[in-house]
Design a protein around this ligand. Structure first.
Ligand code: RIB
Length: 306
């Protein structure tokens, strides 16, 4: 895990246009509800995490795909506006990924993704491999094909970079991929699904035995950190009133990776990421809710002063 001579965060991931409906409650099957509002926001777990890393101060590069459509143009503009290097983003004939998101009155959401162009990213080219070999941190999720995620992890890990996987949406993780990870980040739901138990403690223990370092995020309850199979600490989250939790996990992962890239230790990076995620749930939309570095530092300063 030596990061000598490496810089920045590279995200291999998805980019979606989010179509967000705000409702008082999530509808039952067969029920029709009138929404309070509807809006389009840039999103996708990969793009959200890239924006979070960039706004947290990391030199950030994105490897993924957009369609040659209006949504693709809009998401490309988001990358430029947030200073994300987009030279390795493919423009495909398939439509840009889209996510249909319903947010209820408590800020909870349900999400359905139509992958579109994201599903076409199945191979790494020579320029992708160069970028993966020189990055300080590689951050990925599971909205791109799993084979590509495995190849990217192997490339970065083989060259000595730090590999972070946010296993969302949850799916079984091959042992070869687990062996290439330095950090695995999951929420409670993902921990139980991948860890193979309804009991969060048991599932977390299973996952912790499979990777070097594990973060289980618990929403308002903060997160639990594991290293070498044992729990090493808990990070409390600041108390806030959430309006939309969409992208909070992504903000955590992007900010965490930026902090690791700048040399912070595990617990310090998790504290930084927790402050970023707490800020993000107070704003509607994924990308629009991702905080700037100055806002994250202000939360941490206020906490250490109080
Ligand atoms: O994690 C939130 C994201 O999940 C949304 O932005 C949506 O696009 C889906 O990828």
């Amino acid at each position: 895990m030596s990061n000598e001579g490496r810089a920045g965060v590279t995200i291999v991931g998805s980019a979606n246009m989010d179509i967000v409906f705000t409702v008082e409650r999530i509808p039952q099957p067969g029920e029709t509800l009138l929404a309070e509002s509807a809006a389009h926001f840039p999103g996708g777990k990969g793009l959200n995490q890239a924006v979070a890393a960039a706004r947290a101060g990391a030199a950030t590069r994105f490897i993924g795909a957009l369609g040659r459509d209006e949504n693709g143009a809009s998401l490309a503009a988001t990358m430029v506006a947030t200073r994300i290097a987009d030279d390795l983003v493919r423009r495909m004939p398939e439509p840009t990924g889209q996510a249909f998101i319903v947010v209820d009155g408590s800020g909870e959401n349900t999400i359905i993704v139509a992958s579109g162009a994201n599903a076409t990213v199945t191979n790494l080219g020579p320029a992708d491999r160069d970028a993966l070999r020189s990055t300080a941190v590689l951050l990925m999720q599971l909205e791109l094909p799993l084979g590509l995620v495995r190849s990217a992890a192997a490339e970065a890990h083989g060259a000595g970079g730090v590999v972070v996987l946010n296993a969302a949406p949850a799916q079984a993780l091959p042992r070869e991929l687990l062996a290439d990870l330095d950090y695995l980040i999951v929420n409670e739901h993902e921990a139980c699904l991948i860890g193979g138990s309804q009991d969060l403690e048991a599932a977390s223990a299973t996952l912790a035995s499979l990777v070097g370092r594990l973060v289980v995020t618990l929403g308002a309850a903060g997160s639990v950190l594991f290293a070498d199979g044992v729990e090493i600490g808990r990070i409390a989250a600041p108390r806030v009133t959430p309006v939309d939790t969409t992208g909070a996990g992504d903000t955590f992962c992007g900010a965490f990776s930026a902090a690791i890239a700048e040399g912070r230790d595990f617990a310090d990076a998790a504290r930084f990421a927790t402050a970023a995620a707490a800020l993000s749930v107070q704003v509607v939309g994924a990308v629009p809710s991702v905080p700037e570095r100055s806002a994250i530092d202000a939360v941490l300063d206020a906490r250490s002063a109080g």
